[in-house]
Design a protein around this ligand. Structure first.
Ligand SMILES: *[C@@H]1O[C@H](CO)[C@@H](O)[C@H](O)[C@H]1NC(C)=O
Ligand SMILES: *[C@@H]1O[C@H](CO)[C@@H](O)[C@H](O)[C@H]1NC(C)=O
Ligand SMILES: *[C@@H]1O[C@H](CO)[C@@H](O)[C@H](O)[C@H]1NC(C)=O
Length: 552
């Protein structure tokens, strides 16, 4: 069966090659349109110079609508951009013209379905589909007067930017499809929140569903996958002219960030051998990711997936808390926090509280941050932020402390919380949340699974990049407790992704004394890079591993 499928893939690939060859021979496939030119969008398409991307009309499965879009030439069914997502073409063919400096998509009935809004006509202008998937309008110079990268749909390609640019005045965000077969604007959007500290936020309509922490030391705190990884590097530009997030693939892998129609951000890379999009990370998928889950003055413990009150606070009402009504359920135990000898309690390794819509104050000096906060009785907490000018500044919170999560050390920041003099060492009230039941069940499944695996001492089949099929590799066996420790009790912060096969865990080198460094269980750097593929255990869990037996 597997053989049959791969043979079919080969057929499809050869067929595709034949088509490409056909196109290039009679050169009807070009990468650009000149001013005044018309192309029949139903029959002709643009293909980028190195034939990586295609611009053309597509018709989603089970839909009567047609859309102008951009997709990968050699990867089936991966639409990365849609022009007329909210004004589809029905019962007609369409033409694409390039007139007066603008691209216009028109139906046979002369209805304008989509057009670019930009440019003044200039000499020698062309509209061109580039090999990075960007459709641009430009003169001979490389300055783009319009580019599709400025109008993302649900996919962030390498080199594409999310966020605000002062030149265009645009704040670029991803917007999900309505459903898998309907590219019209869906409910979810993902982009940079411009007020407060710079952070990425996922909205459902107007409501925040998830946010990253602020950008700090090369990553958004609390959101590991949005920083550098072994396969892509990320960039955050933060200046008066722009606030923008982007990434670049390190190798020649095809990588996309895609906001799916259920509001999950997927980070995918194309496995050319097996011909499928391999799920690398998901974002906004974990219980603690739910925005403001634990209410004001509460925090979500990502290890246990429990809501707790911050130090110095306690649940307002036992009744509410038993009914899982967490919003604003934490209140101060001791109100003597104004000129009463109050102090600051450091809370380590957290995703800092939300800053958008709440009063925060940013000053440049980090040294007297504590004094600044102490001298103003409505200041609740302070912390450190990265300044656009480089260096660090002081941020102080007023009004609310919301959406705090404890995270692994390398991924968190310190929050200094104002507490009454004698409540620094307080008890903690832990509330079991329904989600912890779910994680317990998951955990038990893994325990059972793992025990069975251990008893059978099965060999483990590896699926390496170019490993030969059915290579059997004898893996060392570990105690369940060892794995438990190494994966931080199967913490979802060690989880690097999930596929049809089950969860994938990143394994900390727990034998090291110092746990603050993220480290997969490897002996050297080279192995670590190669660990970007995973190993299947015979049960449903997968652990990230390091291979010494990679066949190149
Ligand atoms: C485009 O080509 C199709 C098929 O050849 C034809 O039916 C249609 O009328 C053409 N449309 C335009 C706008 O020329
Ligand atoms: C499209 O064509 C079909 C069949 O000819 C017709 O039933 C339908 O009403 C048409 N739709 C529109 C929007 O013109
Ligand atoms: C405390 O800080 C807030 C926010 O910056 C400000 O509105 C208020 O006037 C300050 N209060 C005092 C007493 O300085």
């Amino acid at each position: 069966m597997g053989k049959l499928i791969s043979r079919c893939n080969l057929c499809a690939f050869l067929f595709l090659c034949a088509i490409i060859a056909l196109f290039s021979k009679n050169s009807s496939a070009t990468d650009s349109i000149k001013a005044g030119e018309f192309i029949n969008a139903s029959t002709q398409i643009l293909v980028s110079a190195k034939q990586k991307f295609v611009l053309g009309m597509f018709n989603p499965k089970d839909s009567k609508f047609h859309y102008l879009g951009i997709w990968y030439n050699n990867i089936p069914q991966t639409i990365v951009w849609v022009a007329n997502r909210d004004k589809p073409l029905v019962n007609s063919s369409a033409g694409l013209t390039f007139n007066g400096g603008n691209l216009i998509l028109q139906s046979e009935r002369d209805e304008i379905l989509w057009s670019t809004t930009s440019s003044e006509p200039a000499e020698n202008q062309i509209a061109q589909l580039q090999d990075n998937g960007n459709l641009v309008i430009r003169s001979w110079s490389e300055n783009y007067v319009w580019q599709s990268f400025d109008y993302p749909t649900d996919t962030l390609l390498p080199g594409m930017k999310l966020g605000w640019d002062s030149k265009t005045g645009l704040n670029r965000t991803l917007k999900s499809w309505r459903n898998q077969n309907d590219p019209s604007s869906g409910e979810f959007s993902f982009g940079i929140q411009l007020d407060g500290l710079p952070q990425l936020v996922l909205h459902k309509g107007q409501v925040i569903k998830y946010r990253t922490g602020p950008w700090f030391n090369g990553r958004f705190s609390g959101s590991d996958p949005l920083g550098d990884t072994a396969v892509y590097s990320t960039k955050f530009a933060y200046s008066a002219g722009e606030v923008a997030y982007s990434y670049e693939a390190i190798s020649s892998l095809d990588i996309i960030f895609q906001l799916n129609s259920t509001g999950i951000l997927l980070i995918l890379h194309w496995d050319d051998g097996k011909k499928y999009w391999h799920l690398k990370y998901t974002l906004a998928n974990d219980p603690c990711d739910q925005y403001g889950l634990c209410g004001n003055f509460g925090y979500c413990d990502s290890l246990t997936v429990n809501c707790n009150c911050l130090d110095g606070f306690q649940p307002k009402s036992r009744d509410d808390w038993e009914k899982f009504r967490w919003s604003d359920w934490c209140v101060r135990k001791d109100n003597r926090t104004c000129k009463n000898g109050e102090r600051f309690k450091r809370i380590s390794n957290v995703k800092l509280p939300d800053s958008s819509g709440y009063l925060v104050n940013v000053t440049t000096s980090i040294d007297d941050c504590e004094t600044v906060c102490l001298n103003n009785c409505s200041c609740l907490a302070y912390g450190t932020m990265e300044l656009s000018t480089g260096g660090y500044g002081c941020v102080t919170w007023f009004q609310k402390l919301i959406d705090i999560t404890t995270v692994p050390a390398w991924n968190g920041q310190n929050l200094y919380l104002r507490v009454a003099a004698d409540s620094v060492d307080s008890w903690k009230l832990i509330v079991g949340v329904t989600v912890s039941v779910a994680s317990l069940i998951g955990f038990l499944v893994i325990v059972v699974c793992f025990n069975r695996w251990r008893r059978r001492k099965v060999k483990i089949t590896t699926y390496e990049f170019q490993a030969q099929e059915n290579d059997e590799v004898e893996m060392p066996l570990f105690d369940f407790t060892e794995i438990e420790v190494a994966t931080n009790n199967f913490s979802f912060h060690n989880k690097i992704g999930e596929g049809g096969f089950g969860p994938v865990y990143k394994v900390i080198n727990y034998k090291e004394e110092n746990l603050s460094e993220p480290n997969v269980f490897c002996q050297n750097e080279e192995e670590k890079l190669r660990a970007s593929e995973v190993i299947f255990l015979s049960c449903s869990s997968i652990f990230w591993w390091c291979m010494t037996t990679v066949s190149d």
